[in-house]
Design a protein around this ligand. Structure first.
Ligand code: CA
Length: 219
């Protein structure tokens, strides 16, 4: 799943990016409001971490403009500690959750997982489909109770499909969420990855819908 991380402080930005990446996501970063607004308006993100105090366009304005333009991805805002007004304004502007600074990275990651689950309509941190179970806290996948070793890209593929189990995911969307903006967008790369996941999780785990994309195999 591809996450946008908006923070003007380079140290915090780098720490956020490496922690989120280590947790199995693909990360884009943005240092200011104008750039962040453009990315969120034109790219496809599973969730956004948004600092409110930004140079240029502030975070609250960025969020309002996304929501006005119908961008629905979950947004977690980073706010100044003690500023309850900022939090209220942020939630009212369409934020899904907030975290006062300074924060513990573990808490941010837990909130991110929860936001992604809510968006997918999943209540349990262990997401299951057939005999396959994905524990998003431990980044572990099991099949019929047995642990399955996955590469980071295979894990991202399984996580994305399980969080979008109710629809057909177009190939280009999957490529974006697996590889980020600088990734290999060759359709073949996704097909090869899907093939590897089928070998590990069963041939019917992911179905190819020719001309449309991929869907979890039923039931
Ligand atoms: Ca800031």
């Amino acid at each position: 799943m591809r996450i946008l991380c908006v923070e003007d402080d380079p140290k915090i930005r780098a720490a956020l990016a490496s922690a989120i990446e280590a947790a199995g996501y693909v990360v884009d970063t943005s240092p200011d409001g104008e750039d962040a607004w453009f990315r969120g308006d034109t790219e496809n993100y599973a969730a956004v971490i948004l600092d409110l105090g930004l140079p240029g366009m502030d975070g609250l304005s960025v969020l309002k403009r996304w929501r006005e333009n119908g961008r629905t991805f979950p947004v977690i805002i980073l706010t100044a500690r003690g500023s309850w007004r900022e939090r209220v304004e942020g939630m009212d502007a369409g934020a899904d959750d907030y975290l006062p600074k300074p924060f513990e990275m573990e808490e941010l990651l837990a909130r991110l997982r929860a936001a992604l689950r809510r968006t997918a309509g999943i209540a349990n941190p262990v997401v299951t489909h057939g005999g396959v179970a994905l524990d998003t806290r431990q980044m572990r996948v099991t099949r019929n109770g047995a642990a399955v070793a996955l590469s980071p890209q295979e894990y991202r593929l399984v996580a994305y499909m399980l969080h979008n189990s109710d629809r057909v995911v177009p190939q280009h969307e999957l490529a974006e969420h697996l590889q980020g903006e600088y990734g290999d967008r060759e359709s073949n790369a996704v097909e090869v990855l899907v093939g590897r996941v089928r070998k590990k999780l069963g041939a019917d785990f992911i179905e190819t819908r020719r001309g449309f994309g991929y869907a979890l195999g039923g039931p």
